[in-house]
Structures are given as structure tokens and as C-alpha cells.
Design a protein around this ligand. Structure first.
Ligand code: SF4
Ligand code: FES
Length: 246
């Protein structure tokens, strides 16, 4: 175990813990945009900045990635942290001015306007902050790797293989669920699921229940579940309601 302080309170932690994990466990709130317990952290949004003091030297670090160490002194709410975090939020608002989620988070942190504007209009319209959470949940949790971050620099963006190959996508919607800015949307109609990513839209047929006829889940997702669980596709013929009545 290692000992550290956060905002003057003493904590003990496992050497593999991050500052964010220990703070959260101790009831200290650090705002995050691109953190999820379900996937690896990547440190993209920088909203989780805190100040650490180590051997007399202070610096700002992303708490979701920074590992604890003996004697570390962490401050989560100093004036400097608040000032830089506000600037980060302003940059995020400029990057995705249409994102309600980003605006709400900014408001909670006392930021309602941005002094900045996105250099390139294209990126400011898709609401994507390039956090990569969609790609990581798809590969790390679902196991499909259907989308990824492609290109470099200002051309960096989220895309399907070759921009329109939905072959690996099972239409589960995990990317839409985890996206912190609402840049990915999912709509279920009576018979199909439509998913829109920043660079494209695709629709996927929903399976009709063999008993009541209602379309209840994407065909590809059910096939994937059957294959990964080594079950017969016939196990997925009924919607959840009809299954309960069996
Ligand atoms: S689409 Fe959403 S989850 Fe994916 S990189 Fe952009 S902001 Fe992050
Ligand atoms: S939550 Fe740590 S960088 Fe986004």
C-alpha cells in the first residue's frame, strides 16, 4: 500500500490505483468526460486535471491516468486547477458547440461561454472530441472493433473501416451509449436500427419475434450473441416479453 493526501486528507491505495480511482473511492468528486470504469482510460478530454506535488515540484496531470505514489500530495480544487479546467471546458465547447452534454458539464463547472472558436468548421459540427471511447468500448467490451480513430492531426476522426464498411458492426449501440458528447446517435424504428456516427449512417434490420411479430433486436447482434455464447440461433427467436411467458 502507498500513502498519499488528496485535498489534505490521507489515503491509502494500491500501487496500481490512479489518483481518480482513489479520490472517487474517498467521495472526492473530480469531473470527467472521457472516463468509464468499463474501458481503459486514454486521457483525451483533460477535464479531470488535478495538481500533484512530488518532491517539492507541482504540476497539473490527468487524474484518470496518473498513478498514485508514496507521499504524493494531490489538490483537486485549487484556483489553478479550476482556472485550467474552465479553459479546457471552453475549448471543448468550441470543439462541439452543438453538444448538450458538453454544455451541461461546462455549466456545472461554471462555464457558459467560450472565448474560442474551432479552427475548422468541419470538426465543430460533428460534436466529436476524439476521445475514442466509442472505439474502445467496441473493441474492449463488445469485441467487434467495428469503428476506430483514423488519420492524424487535424484529419483525425472516428470512422468505420473504409468509411462505410459496416461488416464488423453488430448494431449493439454501445458506441452511442458511451459517447460523452452525443456525437453518435441511435434510433430504432419499427423494423430497423439506425446508427449515425460523425462520418456516416447505417441501418440494420431488427429481428421479428416468432411469436408476437414485434421487431425487438438487431439481427446481427443476436447472431453475434449466439456465436459468442455457443448457442443455437433458435434460442433468440423470441422477444423478451414472449420469452417470459414461455
Ligand atoms: S464519437 Fe463520441 S465517443 Fe467517439 S471519439 Fe467522438 S466523442 Fe468520443
Ligand atoms: S477523464 Fe481523464 S482525460 Fe478525460
Amino acid at each position: 500500500m502507498v500513502k498519499l493526501t488528496i485535498n489534505g486528507r490521507e489515503f491509502q491505495a494500491e500501487p496500481c490505483d490512479t489518483v481518480l480511482t482513489v479520490a472517487t473511492r474517498g467521495g472526492i468528486n473530480i469531473p470527467t468526460l472521457c472516463h468509464s470504469e468499463s474501458i481503459h482510460d486514454y486521457g483525451a478530454c483533460r477535464v479531470c486535471l488535478v495538481e500533484v506535488e512530488r518532491r517539492g515540484r507541482k504540476r497539473l496531470v490527468t487524474s484518470c491516468l496518473y498513478p498514485v505514489e508514496e507521499g504524493l500530495k494531490v489538490t483537486t480544487d485549487s484556483d489553478k486547477v479550476k482556472r485550467v479546467r474552465s479553459t479546457v471546458m471552453e475549448l471543448l465547447i468550441a470543439r462541439c458547440p452543438e453538444s448538450i452534454d458538453v454544455k451541461e458539464m461546462a455549466k456545472k463547472l461554471g462555464v457558459t461561454e467560450s472565448r474560442f472558436v474551432a479552427e475548422d468548421e468541419k470538426s465543430s459540427k460533428d460534436n466529436c472530441v476524439l476521445c475514442g471511447m466509442c472505439a474502445r468500448v467496441c473493441s474492449e467490451v463488445v469485441g467487434a472493433s467495428a469503428i476506430s480513430l483514423v488519420n492524424r492531426g487535424t484529419e483525425r476522426e472516428v470512422a468505420l473501416p473504409f468509411y462505410d464498411d459496416t461488416g464488423a458492426c453488430i448494431a449493439c449501440g454501445s458506441c452511442a451509449y458511451i459517447c460523452p458528447t452525443g456525437a453518435i446517435t441511435l434510433v430504432d424504428t419499427a423494423t430497423k436500427r439506425i446508427i449515425s456516427w460523425p462520418k456516416g449512417t447505417a441501418d440494420f434490420p431488427l429481428k421479428a419475434c416468432t411469436s408476437c411479430g414485434i421487431h425487438f433486436a438487431p439481427v446481427k447482434q443476436l447472431e453475434y450473441m449466439a456465436a459468442t455464447a455457443h448457442l443455437s440461433p433458435s434460442e433468440f427467436e423470441l422477444c423478451p416479453d414472449c420469452r417470459k411467458m414461455e
